[in-house]
Design a protein around this ligand. Structure first.
Ligand SMILES: [Zn+2]
Length: 365
C-alpha cells in the first residue's frame, strides 16, 4: 500500500467515524410503535409554554391549574404541596439567600405491592413546570412536564404497576431547585421514594441523552439498556457534567440518597433560558424521544420487583444509536492496563526501529 492510499484510507475511516458521531447528536424520528399520543404531547407544551411563567406569577398559577386538572381528569389522587423554602447555594458564596413559596404538583398512581424495599419503593417521574421570567420554557421544562402527563395517561389506562408511581411536577426549579427541596426535604411522601426519573433541557433540539445517574448505577444501567428505546448515554458526559456549575432537581433527590436517572437534550443552546424557547422552536423528534425514554423506563421500573440487584458503578457509551456498551469498574481497570501495556510496547518497538530516538548526550533541556 502506498503512502497515498494509506492516507486516503485513514481519511475515509475518520469521515465515517464523524458521520457516526454526528448522527448520534440528532433526535431520531418519532417512533411509530409508541403508545404516546404525540399530538397531545405538543398540545400540553403549547399550553404550558404559551408565555413566561415564573414562580409566583399569575401565569404560573394558570399552568399549575392546567396540570392539576389534567391529572384529576385521569382519576389520579392529586394535590398541591405549598412549602416555604429557604435556600443558599452551597458553593456560590456571593449568592444571596433565597426564600420562595413553591407549589409542587403531586399525583399518585397506587401500585399493587406495598413496602417492597423496606418502605422506600415509590417511583417518582419528575419535571418542573415553572419557567424563567425571560422565556416561555417550551423545552425547559414544558417538554418534561408534558412527557410526565402523557406517560401518566398511559400508565393509568394500563395494568396496575407493582410500585406506587408519583407524578411530581415541581415549582421554582429556575429560582434554585426550590420545589425539589420543598418536596424531598419537607414532604412526608419523600421518605417512600426509592427511584427518580428526571427530565430536563438545555437547548431546543437534538438527541436526548441519559446524562446523569446516582451512585452505584450498575443496576440502573442494566435496566436502562432493556427499557429505553434509541438510547443515547455516556458515562463521560456525566463526568463532564459533574464539574460544571449546573444543577437540576435530581441534585436534590440524589443529595438525599435517592437513586435516579436524568435525561436531557442540549443542542440549540441559544434557545436555553431565552424568549426563543417557544413551542415552535422545540424539535418534535426531541420531545418524542424524551417522552419515549420516560415511557419505557417508567413502565419497566414500575413493574420491576427487585430494585438494586447489581452493585457498583458501570462505564457506558454508545457504539451507535440504540447500542450501548457497558462494563463494570473491574473491567475498566483491566482495559486501562491492556492499553497501557500496548502503549509501552509500541514505544519500545519505535525505539528499537529508530523511528524515535533518545536525545543526543550532552543536550540539556
Ligand atoms: Zn429546567
Amino acid at each position: 500500500m502506498t503512502n497515498w492510499q494509506r492516507s486516503l484510507l485513514s481519511f475515509v475511516f475518520l469521515f465515517i467515524m464523524l458521520v457516526f458521531a454526528y448522527q448520534q447528536t440528532l433526535a431520531p424520528a418519532p417512533r411509530a410503535d409508541s403508545d404516546l399520543d404525540y399530538a397531545a404531547l405538543s398540545r400540553h407544551v403549547s399550553v404550558i409554554a404559551a408565555r413566561p411563567h415564573t414562580m409566583g406569577s399569575a401565569a404560573n398559577r394558570e399552568v399549575r391549574d392546567y396540570i392539576v386538572a389534567y391529572f384529576e381528569s385521569l382519576g389520579l389522587a392529586t394535590g398541591v404541596q405549598k412549602a416555604t423554602v429557604v435556600y443558599r447555594h452551597p458553593t456560590r458564596p456571593t449568592n444571596a439567600t433565597i426564600i420562595g413559596n413553591v407549589e409542587n404538583i403531586i399525583a399518585r398512581l397506587p401500585g399493587a405491592s406495598t413496602a417492597l424495599d423496606g418502605g422506600a419503593d415509590d417511583l417518582v417521574l419528575m419535571a418542573h413546570y415553572d419557567s424563567r421570567p425571560d422565556g416561555p420554557g417550551a423545552a425547559d421544562d414544558a417538554s418534561g412536564t408534558a412527557s410526565v402527563m402523557e406517560v401518566a395517561r398511559i400508565m393509568v389506562a394500563g395494568p396496575r404497576p407493582v410500585h406506587d408511581v408519583v407524578f411530581l411536577i415541581t415549582d421554582g426549579e429556575e429560582m434554585g431547585l426550590l420545589g425539589a427541596q420543598g418536596f424531598f426535604r419537607q414532604h412526608p411522601a419523600a421518605k417512600k421514594v426509592g427511584l427518580v426519573l428526571d427530565l430536563e433541557a438545555r437547548g431546543s433540539y437534538g438527541a436526548s441523552s441519559m446524562f446523569e445517574t446516582s451512585e452505584n448505577n450498575a443496576w440502573l444501567i442494566d435496566h436502562l439498556l432493556e427499557s429505553a428505546p434509541d438510547l443515547v448515554a455516556s458515562s463521560l458526559s456525566y463526568e463532564i457534567y459533574r464539574y460544571m456549575p449546573n444543577d437540576t432537581d435530581m441534585s436534590i433527590s440524589k443529595g438525599e440518597g435517592i437513586a435516579g436517572l436524568n435525561f436531557a437534550f442540549v443542542a440549540g443552546l441559544f434557545d436555553y433560558h431565552a424568549m426563543t424557547d417557544t413551542p415552535e422552536n422545540l424539535d418534535p423528534g426531541t420531545l418524542a424521544q424524551q417522552a419515549n425514554y420516560l415511557l419505557g423506563t417508567a413502565l419497566h421500573f414500575a413493574n420491576l420487583h427487585d430494585w438494586q440487584s447489581a452493585k457498583g458503578d458501570k462505564t457506558y457509551f454508545n457504539l451507535w444509536r440504540g447500542t450501548l456498551v457497558s462494563y463494570s469498574q473491574g473491567v475498566a481497570v483491566a482495559i486501562g492496563l491492556v492499553v497501557l501495556i500496548l502503549g509501552l510496547w509500541v514505544f519500545g518497538a519505535a525505539l528499537r526501529a529508530g523511528t524515535i530516538s533518545k536525545a543526543p548526550s550532552g543536550l540539556v533541556y
